[in-house]
Design a protein around this ligand. Sequence first.
Ligand code: 0A1
Ligand code: ZN
Length: 883
Amino acid sequence: MREGASPLIQRSDYQAPAYWIRTADLTFDLDGAKTIVASKLQIERNTDLPVQALRLHGEDLNLLRVLIDGQSVSFRHEDGLLVLDAPEANSFVLEIRNTIAPEKNTQLSGLYASGSGLFTQCEAEGFRRITYFLDRPDVMAVYSVTLRADKKKFPVLLSNGNLVEQGDLDAGRHYAKWSDPFPKPSYLFAVVAADLVAREQWVRTRSGKDHLLQIFVKRGDLEKTEHAMNSLIASIVWDEARFKLPLDLERFMIVAVDDFNMGAMENKGLNLFNTKYVLATPATATDADFDGIESVVAHEYFHNWTGNRITCRDWFQLSLKEGLTVFRDQEFSRDMTGSASARAVCRIGDVRRLREVQFAEDAGPMAHPVRPEAYQAIDNFYTATVYEKGAEVVRMMHTLVGREGFAAGMALYFQRHDGQAVTCDDFAQAMADANPSSHLATSLDVFKRWYAQAGTPRLTARGEFNAEAGSYTLTLRQHSTPGAAPQLLPVSVALFGRDGSAQPLQLAHESGAAGTERVLVMTRAEHRFTFTGLTGEVVPSLLRDFSAPVVLDDGLSDADLLVLLAHDTDAFNRWEASQRLATSRLLAAAASSQPTAVDAAYVQALRSVLRHPDLDPAFKDLALTLPSARFLMEAMEGVDPQALHAAREHLLDQLAEQLHEDWAWAWTAHQVREGYSPVPAQSGRRALANLALAMLVRDARRSGDTVWPGRAYQRCKDATNMTDRLGALTALVYAHAELAEPALQRFHAQFQHDPLVLDKWFMLQAGAPERDGKVFARVRQLLQHPDFTLNNPNRARALLFTWDTNPAAFHRSDAAGYVLWAEKVLEMDSVNPQLASRFARGLDRWRNLAETYRNAAREAISRVAAAPKLSSDAREIIDRALQ
Ligand code: 0A1
Ligand code: ZN
């Protein structure tokens, strides 16, 4: 474990490597207790730089020998590096032999044991935990790998590229040789040795070439891989159709592993996946799980071009591959839905995550630009900012240059940089050069501030209608965070009459036909636009489809928002109107010491949405779901999480009561009678029916009704798919219904042998709305449950990460939540620092809490800071939190 305060690594300190590694010939004698690694590297000095020592990364390795051109040489250890005096020759062969202990590797970076198998995770800096190397993404080598292991224990031996040879050895051992023709950085290296079976499929791509697709899983999980395979095939087809990017490998493998720190990893030709993003059957996975699999399979597959063929020069450029690949997987998921309203539902989901997680990050101690300037532990920078905000930056480019222009920019990017390790600047330049007359090209420097400046810009919009002139003047002002310069903002706009009719958008100096939607581009702090030819007052619909990642203050009244909720042709803004109406009510209620009665106009507006004959059920579900406490906390200062929780619960109770008949109708009207399929047409109906059921069971608490809780219990027993079973169980648990306990017990008994389903069982209990401290008490109890362990990241996340984002169960007025948090950060840190540092971020926004919470939180963070042993990952998070 890397401990203590690591030095700060600065982007501006980048230097090309002093040596290149051209080929890597690796031999592994694999064994859980002790694996021997023999590495033979063809190295060339970088003659652009003065001669200097060869400094190799290495961590937790046991070094046996070092040879240069067959001769033993002296070496020393300095600052955690293995240092060799510069060899005479400019080109030489370095041979290293070392051992590692995979079974002791609980941090799951490098080579580690999971169940009875061995797996690797090398991004970002895991390769150095396998052998000494220049473990940086701009050093790209061609790898050949020999794996030797006990044949019974490890019947499957995999590495990147193509299998060139395999056979038996003595003493029950066997071997496999793999060779990967593509030069790659060490972070894309992978090895698997395990007892697995594969679903296989041959596909023919447009060029007429045949490719073998394989998904490796544990015996017994094979029937759960169909959706992942279909998603992979769809991804291959999509990337070829939309970007002309074909599969460049003869064999593409996915391996599922139970213990994994993240979602999945794009190792060249050998993707490793958290089982959560591979395994699904209707009986064990929800609609959301099916969607998650589709998007993660696509994400990793798309990395094969954006990330692997063109990679990052250094880790500051992480968003080069991640922002772009998230954008690509979001576009893929939208294209897969097949309808305009389902596309909007996807977008709403993406924006919801962005605003809940990334906006909070950008306002807290971990705020950093999409291209960070400095880090201590790079693993801490796999963040919502690099991924999700990075994707929004790419999306804005797409908005500015259009679909065709974007495709041309991608083509130019690959023409220029295929096979290279490059920077975010290189990508933006290619996009701009392919679209020379676009705003992106003409204001490229302004646009690139998105990579350099942290913080969420605020956009204020005020409009004025001039009845005499028939004109409407819109003033847009952006307020960047202190010290930041104005950014380029594409602001998508429409104007609606009070009757809901879309108005023509004719700017004062323009002639010709006017459309009803357009993108205004801001490059300065303030812009003014005058629209003419209007016959009456208008309501502006701004930032349609969330055209820029900013906080908008448009000063719209409730009456304006009701017009948009009823008529906006942009489903995103229509949904946004519902959220704004809810937000203002919730914030007012949280600030008041009295329970606040909900107004009839709002309830009626929600009823109209719910009963609307044309709206998509998935959209209705989103519009009728209140903004999360996480989102609301970002809209407040000096947050009292208990007061906010009470306000939200009270509003939910009132909506449950006043819309009772409507919920009952919605439940009945949205039952799915066909056989299960995770398609939007079905999943939207299930989502709305489950929301209705939750509201009806909630209302039973008030009315004493036993029918709806009984129905929910029945559904838990009889459901034929996990979405409905979990939906019904959620309704009971969230309402603290009496039947919740027997339903939970039944569920546990039924699924105790399926780890991914058991995760849901933990998650559900840790995420329930707090009531009289019961949820917190349950979390404590579950920590002692025989099925709980910190060694499995999915299980740890299911219980602890769900709990620390559950406002009232975590932010307790007696500080017991924070005390437990500190204890668990430390415990987790000794097992898995990456996981611990993510969990530690649960108190990122402590400065935004009301005073009593703030003081208690500071104390808890300080307690962690004072611990004698803390990983560099956790140290960076904790130090930043206290700064
Ligand atoms: N590149 C992967 C994410 C990833 C990052 C780090 C990991 O281990 C510490 C694992 C995966 C992706 O974007 O999917
Ligand atoms: Zn990625």
